[in-house]
Write a protein that binds this ligand. Structure first.
Ligand code: PLP
Length: 424
């Protein structure tokens, strides 16, 4: 299959991040909390399609909604009633009055950055070192830079996150460390009157899991507003996986713009961007044209409505919390038994192990975490029947509402094989 694929698919997969470690796993199908590869291997799926499959696979409510909508038409490039329902629900959860839809997290963060620039008529944007916001030019800066490229901790270098990113665009990004209000204050002072806003993951989730320290998110909002700049939370990964209103709800800080995708659509590709009236008025009156052929398409809206109603509701979160507690306790038991300094970082349906005894407050601390344990963990889980995302120390597991206690017990048992090795 892999050799066949390489004859017509560049690199033998449909995204470079499907080829990671050690190769693409060709899937046949998914059912409930499990996925099945083309060789007949069955895995408990905790990869979750990079954090999207919070509904698991073939969830009856999603199947029903999508099947119904397919029969009634999947695309008109005109809005359908479900879009109003979804926008109202997002408004209720995130406390932001106006919404638009797109198709991927990349599109949502691109719109957010365009909006901040359009409204302020300023070009510079502050970005956090180690945050990933998709693959458009403005955010492909200092995503997962190598230690030798990062420069001094208090003045990080701008490192391109991909080839093909023009230097002129990179120069419009000011990179700061996470959890450091002083760095943002200095950036705003150095570039006074030129900063349009700041984008960050409110809980860093492309460097393991790094929560914000007390007062950090509220402090950012205050500093940026004092300079007439906007704050965007990229909740593409944290929205819905960390709670019904993501980190916005968890920490009680409402930014000017929120970006959502991944777990929003119950497994169907969809993104949303919500904002305060002042920001979204630029869309409403046409100063900023937020567009896209498939934006808010009926299929995505039907799936999203079903997901918000029947999957990520209060019963869904109660179930996810119970599973997360089970996982955390089991992992902690193994860590303690092996006398290791590691920590389990668990936020809602997302969790990972910080393979270190030192605090991890930002990307520089994360760089110190040993890669090897994460990679071996991935392999032990894979061979033990649990499918995790690749890049052991970077990514997290995702629990779905369809996981069983037995699924989580298998995850814990496989982790025990790692602590046995590491504890020696
Ligand atoms: N923002 C964050 C925080 C992400 O983790 C990702 C994807 O991993 C994106 C944006 C980009 O989303 P997409 O892959 O849907 O374009």
């Amino acid at each position: 299959m892999i050799a066949d694929a390489a004859r017509s698919l560049a690199g033998g997969a449909t995204s470079n991040w499907q080829i990671a470690q050690p190769q693409a796993v060709w899937m046949s199908h998914g059912q409930g909390s499990h996925v099945f590869d083309v060789d007949g291997n069955e895995y408990v799926d905790m990869h979750g399609g990079y954090g999207a499959a919070i509904a698991g696979h073939g969830h009856p409510a999603i199947v029903e909604a999508v099947s119904r909508q397919v029969a009634r038409g999947t695309h008109f490039a005109q809005p359908t009633e479900d879009a109003i329902w979804v926008a109202e629900e997002l408004k209720r959860r995130f406390g932001l009055p106006l919404w638009r839809f797109a198709n991927s997290g990349t599109e949502a963060t691109m719109d957010a950055i365009h909006l901040m620039r359009a409204l302020t008529e300023r070009d510079l944007v502050i970005k956090v070192e180690g945050c990933y916001h998709g693959h458009h030019d403005s955010v492909q800066v200092s995503v997962l830079p190598e230690p030798e490229d990062v420069g001094p901790a208090d003045a990080p270098h701008n490192v391109p996150g991909n080839s093909g990113i023009p230097g002129a665009i990179m120069d419009l990004i000011v990179v700061v460390p996470f959890n450091d209000l002083g760095a943002v204050e200095r950036a705003l002072a150095t570039h006074r009157g030129r900063i349009a806003g700041m984008i960050l993951e409110p809980i860093m989730m492309n460097a393991g899991i790094i929560p914000p320290e007390d007062g950090y998110l509220a402090g950012l909002k205050e500093l940026l507003h004092a300079e007439g700049a906007y704050l965007t939370f990229d909740e593409v990964k944290t929205g819905f996986t960390t709670g019904p209103a993501g980190a916005t709800g968890r920490y009680g800080v409402t930014p000017d713009i929120v970006c959502l995708a991944k777990a929003l659509g119950g497994g169907i590709s969809v993104a949303a961007i919500g904002g305060i009236e002042e920001v979204m008025s630029a869309i409403a009156d046409g100063r900023y044209e937020q567009v896209g052929t498939f934006n808010g398409n009926p299929l995505a809206m039907a799936a999203t409505r079903a997901n918000l109603t029947h999957v990520i509701n209060s019963a869904g979160y109660a179930r996810l919390d119970a599973l997360a507690t089970l996982a955390k306790k089991g992992f902690e038991r193994h860590i303690a038994a092996a006398g290791l300094p590691w920590r389990v970082v668990s936020v809602g349906a997302k969790g990972c192990v910080a393979f270190t005894g030192s605090p991890v407050r930002n990307y520089r601390d994360f760089l110190e975490v040993d890669d090897r344990w994460g990679n071996l963990h991935w392999l032990l889980q894979h061979n033990g029947g649990v499918f995790l995302p690749p890049w052991g120390k970077v990514e997290q597991w995702l629990l779905s509402v369809q996981h069983t206690d037995a699924d989580v017990e298998l995850l814990i048992a496989n982790f025990g094989k790692l602590t046995e090795v590491a504890g020696h």
